[in-house]
Design a protein around this ligand. Structure first.
Ligand SMILES: [Zn+2]
Ligand SMILES: [Zn+2]
Length: 424
């Protein structure tokens, strides 16, 4: 070969021709190789390809999109495929057949027992992406608990059959923020998605830092609440409540109701500000001392303040909606020297006008809380396991994986559902 090329180079014109010839041969070989792979797979009647074909060309294409290597590896190992939700873009989630993931060193494969719908997933469904957490096409869903199906090399502490809750992220442990105990702000927070599936791969870092064993008395779908509850517990702690404080929570979504419940369980007098009839009922059930049903912000602020001594306002107002109006509302609810926690994240590039005089002359503390840390996740699971936390009140529906689209469409219409457990 080498002399031929050298000769060709010497002969000038021939170089290009030789190169083209060489190039064509390469492409042909590749095509031949590609065709051979698919044909071989079909010939061998491997379940993966057959199942994919049965499900139509779209599925095959999607599988190919996920990388030939993955498909080939799956075929080689004779592994079955699984059903999984793939987010393709705005309001476009498809249930597809993809290879069951394999555990690399340090990883776990978990058979999903229950995956819970979440406000964040709903936002992602509506917007088609999440800058920090998910970029399509991608596996989707992040609140889950299940049983260990496969244990990667070098994993100690977990065995096949263990019931676990694997959190959706893990911090690096080395950066400036991790060193200061602010692991929720880690510069290299590793996120994991793919809970709406039969199996999910848990990356090594999450296995090592944020995968927890589920106590026997805790149903898997309750354990799956660990992630959102950790956010709620974090938001409540961050508001630095002091004994005797009156805590207002704006918003009757899953997180608002969780923060309310956490505050009530901790023995605080609470005021829930919610919109819908179903949320009024839920807030009462979860221990709200008072419930204000919001028709207009003005009226809600007046009513809530009227529930405090001398109408001075609440000690702590936690905003758990994520809109400019409710951020402003939170500021109007607190007393002089009170604390506002802007817990609800607004859409990107949102700006809010705030009354600077009120902030300055009333000495208002403003905080915001994002995400969770490994130690708070453990605290959340312990709270669920304690039996004091009304886990079942947060799971208002059950659905199969193939019904996922319908579930999200329903959630978009602001139904009374809090969370739906998706059971593969
Ligand atoms: Zn969530
Ligand atoms: Zn870090």
């Amino acid at each position: 070969m080498a002399p031929t090329v050298k000769d060709a180079i010497k002969r000038g014109k021939m170089t290009v021709e030789t190169a083209l010839e060489h190039g064509r041969a390469t492409v042909e070989t590749a095509i031949e190789h590609g065709r051979a792979t698919v044909e071989t797979a079909i010939e061998h009647g491997i379940a993966t390809v057959e199942t994919a074909i049965q499900h139509g060309r779209v599925t095959v294409e999607a599988a190919l999109e996920h990388g030939r290597v993955t498909v080939e590896t799956a075929i080689e190992h004779g592994r079955a495929t699984m059903r999984a939700a793939i987010l393709h873009g705005r309001e476009d989630v498809r249930i597809e057949q993809v290879p069951v993931p394999e555990a690399a060193a340090g990883e776990l494969i978990v058979r999903v027992g229950a995956a819970l719908t979440c406000g964040t997933d709903l936002k992602v469904f509506r917007r088609g992406y999440h800058a920090r957490m998910i970029v399509p096409p991608a596996l989707f869903g992040h609140e889950l608990a299940g049983t260990v199906e496969e244990v990667g090399e070098g994993v100690s502490g977990f065995a096949v059959g263990d019931r676990v809750v694997a959190l959706n992220s893990a911090p690096c442990g080395d950066c400036y923020y991790c060193q200061r105990g602010q692991e929720n702000l880690c510069d290299d927070l590793l996120f994991n998605n793919g809970a709406y599936a039969e199996f999910i791969r848990i990356p090594a870092r999450i296995v090592a830092k944020n995968t927890l064993r589920v106590p026997e008395n805790v149903p898997l779908e309750h354990a799956a609440l660990t992630e959102p509850l950790a956010c709620a517990v974090h938001g409540f702690h961050d508001s630095q409540p002091q004994k005797g404080d009156i805590v207002a929570v704006i918003g009757g979504g899953p997180l608002g109701l969780m923060i309310l419940h956490v505050a009530a369980l901790a023995g605080y007098e609470t005021i829930a500000l919610v919109k819908h009839d179903g949320q009024v009922e839920a807030a009462r059930q979860l221990g709200a001392t008072h419930v204000v049903q919001t028709t207009t912000a003005r009226k809600a602020i007046r009513e809530a303040r009227a529930l405090t001594p001398g109408e001075r306002g609440v000690d702590i107002a936690i905003e758990a909606v994520g809109t400019p109006d409710t951020w402003q509302e939170a500021l109007e609810l607190v007393r002089k020297g009170g604390t506002v926690n802007f817990f609800g994240g607004c859409a990107a590039n949102t700006h809010v006008l705030l009354d600077t005089n009120r902030i300055h002359y009333s000495d208002i503390t403003m905080r915001a809380t994002f995400h969770h840390t490994p130690s708070i996740c453990r605290e959340a699971l312990a709270l669920i396991a304690s039996g004091r936390f009304q886990a079942s009140a947060f799971i208002t529906g059950h659905a199969k994986l193939y019904e996922l689209n319908r579930v999200f469409e329903k959630l978009m219409k602001r139904s009374t559902e809090i969370k739906t457990a998706i059971v593969p």
